[in-house]
Design a protein around this ligand. Structure first.
Ligand code: PMP
Length: 355
C-alpha cells in the first residue's frame, strides 16, 4: 500500500477473479465461460463496428435497450445495459445501500457481494445456507433489508422457485431485492415476469455465460423505471460510456441469434447430467445444479488436493478455501470432449492414489 492510499480503503479485501492462465493450454473449467464461440452474426457485427472505434459509443445504448426489452418482454425504460453484470451489482450497492440500509445475502454465494458491501461501506448481513446448501426463503421473508440472491446460487448451482422468490419480494416492500440471474438460462426459472408487479425487484442478467460473451463484458439490470433511473444516476456519475461500441453491436446480434444460444444451453444441460452421473459412479456427491457448473466433492480426496492434482495435469477447476465448502470443487460444464478429459483425469488421479 502506498502512503497515498485512502484510509477509507485500508481494510479492503479485493475480489480474486478465477485464474486466466497465459502459460499453458488448460482444459479450462474454472470461470463458467461457454465452450462455444459467439454466434457468427455476433462476430460479424463486432468486426463491422470496430471501424467506428474512433467515435464514442451511444451512452444510452438505445438499440441494445430496445432489443433487450423485446427479448425480455419489457419496455426500454426497464433496462440498463452494463459492463458485465458485476457492474450493475456494484451500482446497486452504491445506489441502495448505506449505513442504515444493509444488504443481506447467503454465507456461501458469489464472492463479490461482500467486496461490494465493503468498498461501498454498506453493512453485510450474512445468512447461512441450510445444512444441505439450499437457501431457506423464510430467512429472507419480512427481513426489512436489501437482499441479493443469485438464482441459481453460485457456487452451489441450486435454485429457488419463482413463487419462493415472489414471497421474499412481496414481504420486503420497503427494500430492494436483487435476483442475480447470471446462470438462469441453463435450467432455472426467471423472475422477470414478476417485474410488472413489484417496484422493489431488480433482476440482473449477463451475456457472459449462456451467450458466449464473457470477454465482451455485457450484462443487464432489469427493473421498474424508478430503480433504473436511480441506477442510471450512478452510472452517469461514474462512467457514462460503460458499454463499448463493439459490445453494443454484439449484444444486439446475440439477441437476434436466440436459437443458437438456446441449443448451446441444452447441450450444456445434457453435459451436466452426463458429468454428474459419471462422477457419481466414482463416489462423488454433487449438489443438484441448474447452472453451467457443478459443485462436487469426493469423500476420498480433499477438494484442495483434487484441484491441485487436476491443475498439474492440465485441467483447471475452481476451489474455494472457505468454511463449509473447502472439500468441494466447482467444475464448469464445457463441451463433451472437455468433460471427458476432466473425467479421465479424475479417474487417473484416483487410480494413482489407489482409490
Ligand atoms: N453473478 C454471479 C453469481 C457470477 O458468478 C458472476 C460471474 N463471475 C457474475 C454475477 C458476473 O458476471 P459478469 O460480470 O461476467 O456478467
Amino acid at each position: 500500500m502506498s502512503r497515498f492510499f485512502s484510509a477509507k480503503y485500508a481494510s479492503l479485501q479485493a475480489y480474486t477473479p478465477g485464474e486466466q492462465p497465459r502459460d499453458a493450454q488448460y482444459v479450462k473449467l474454472n470461470t463458467n465461460e461457454s465452450p462455444f464461440p459467439p454466434a457468427p452474426a455476433v462476430i460479424a457485427a463486432a468486426a463491422q463496428e470496430a471501424e467506428r472505434l474512433n467515435l464514442y459509443c451511444d451512452p444510452a445504448c438505445t438499440e441494445l435497450c430496445k432489443a433487450a426489452a423485446r427479448l425480455y418482454g419489457l419496455e426500454p425504460e426497464n433496462v440498463l445495459p452494463v459492463n458485465g453484470s458485476d457492474e450493475i451489482l456494484c451500482f446497486s450497492f452504491m445506489a441502495f445501500g448505506d449505513e442504515r440500509h444493509p444488504f443481506a445475502f447467503p454465507d456461501v454465494t458469489y464472492g463479490f457481494y461482500p467486496v461490494y458491501a465493503n468498498v461501498n461501506h454498506v453493512p453485510a448481513h450474512i445468512i447461512p445456507l441450510r445444512a444441505d446448501f439450499s437457501i431457506d426463503p423464510a430467512d429472507y421473508c419480512g427481513l426489512g433489508e436489501n437482499i441479493v440472491i443469485p438464482n441459481p446460487n453460485a457456487p452451489t448451482g441450486m435454485a429457488l422457485s419463482v413463487s419462493q422468490i415472489e414471497k421474499i419480494v412481496r414481504t420486503n416492500p420497503d427494500s430492494v431485492v436483487i435476483i442475480d440471474e447470471a446462470y438462469v438460462d441453463f435450467g432455472g426459472e426467471s423472475c422477470i415476469p414478476l417485474l410488472g408487479r413489484y417496484e422493489n425487484l431488480l433482476v440482473t442478467q449477463t451475456f457472459s455465460k449462456s451467450r458466449s460473451l464473457a470477454g465482451a463484458r455485457l450484462g443487464f439490470g432489469l427493473g421498474s423505471p424508478a430503480l433504473i433511473r436511480d441506477l442510471n444516476t450512478v452510472k452517469y456519475s461514474v462512467n457514462p460510456y460503460n458499454v463499448n461500441r463493439m459490445t453494443q453491436a454484439a449484444g444486439v446480434a446475440a439477441i437476434e441469434s436466440l436459437d443458437y444460444y438456446q441449443k448451446n444451453c441444452m447441450t450444456i444441460a445434457e453435459n451436466r447430467a452426463y458429468t454428474t452421473q459419471a462422477l457419481a459412479a466414482l463416489g462423488f456427491e454433487t449438489l443438484p445444479s441448474l447452472a453451467n457448473f457443478i459443485f462436487t466433492q469426493s469423500p476420498a480426496i480433499p477438494g484442495g488436493a483434487l484441484y491441485q492434482a487436476l491443475k498439474e495435469r492440465g485441467v483447471l477447476v475452481r476451489h474455494f478455501d472457505q468454511a463449509r465448502i473447502s472439500n468441494f470443487i466447482r467444475v464448469t460444464i464445457g463441451s463433451r470432449p472437455q468433460m471427458d478429459a476432466f473425467l479421465d483425469t479424475v479417474r487417473a488421479i484416483l487410480e494413482e492414489r489407489g482409490l
